[in-house]
Design a binder for this molecule. Structure first.
Ligand code: PRP
Ligand code: HPA
Length: 186
């Protein structure tokens, strides 16, 4: 059954990216990542909580055997604007020194979270450190970041679903949608 914006009552403005489009894009990205890491040990690091869905689906689309670890950081709290202050809520369980590490993100918005993560994880001397993100908002960038694998560049609107929340809600939607402004007082 296809879920669409109408099923969410009036909370959603529109469906931006369907589950089918996400699946196809992750298969495409996985093939490129497989090619890049052929014959290497790869650790994929999911950034909680938003990247849970991307990690689960990307990991299953990969042929490369991977190990998985998680880091929890937060910079948004309950609002729609990054505070710019990144807090570690949970650090990695593993030492990444000498390992090939791929950070998996749901979204790069201002870029502040990823920029901070790259410098934090980079200082731990991994063999390589690259990034895969499902979504990116080019118009919202506050810092320039080199990202190897990007699923979709999207407009500068607050989005929810497929792991992304507004005040912890909507993460379990199977698609990415835009939120109606009345929900967040816009
Ligand atoms: O590019 P930025 O402007 O820094 O935004 C991107 C970050 O914001 C979200 O995390 P959030 O802090 O909302 O935590 P969550 O994943 O637990 O929802 C998202 O998962 C990214 O990590
Ligand atoms: O557009 C967004 N939606 C949900 N969480 C986010 N974190 C950064 N940008 C967003």
């Amino acid at each position: 059954m296809r879920v669409d914006a109408k099923d969410m009552g009036t909370d959603l403005k529109e469906v931006l990216i369907t589950k089918e489009e996400i699946d196809a894009k992750l298969a495409e990205l996985a093939a490129k990542i497989d090619a890049e890491y052929a014959g290497k040990d790869l650790l994929i690091v999911g950034v909680l909580k938003g990247a849970v869905m991307v990690m689960a689906d990307l990991a299953r689309a990969l042929s490369t055997p991977v190990t998985m670890d998680w880091m929890a950081v937060s910079s948004y709290g309950a609002g729609t604007q990054s505070s710019g202050v990144v807090r570690i809520l949970k650090d990695l369980d593993t030492d990444i020194k000498g390992k090939h590490v791929l950070i998996v993100e749901d979204i790069i918005d201002s870029g502040l979270t990823l920029s901070w993560l790259l410098s934090n994880l980079g200082s731990r001397e991994p063999a390589s450190l690259k990034v895969c993100t499902l979504l990116r908002k080019p118009e919202a960038a506050k810092v320039a970041i080199d990202v190897e694998w990007v699923g979709f560049d999207i407009p500068n609107e607050f989005v929810v679903g497929y792991g992304l929340d507004y005040a912890e809600k909507y993460r379990n939607l199977p698609f990415v949608g835009t939120l109606a402004p009345h929900v967040y007082g816009g």
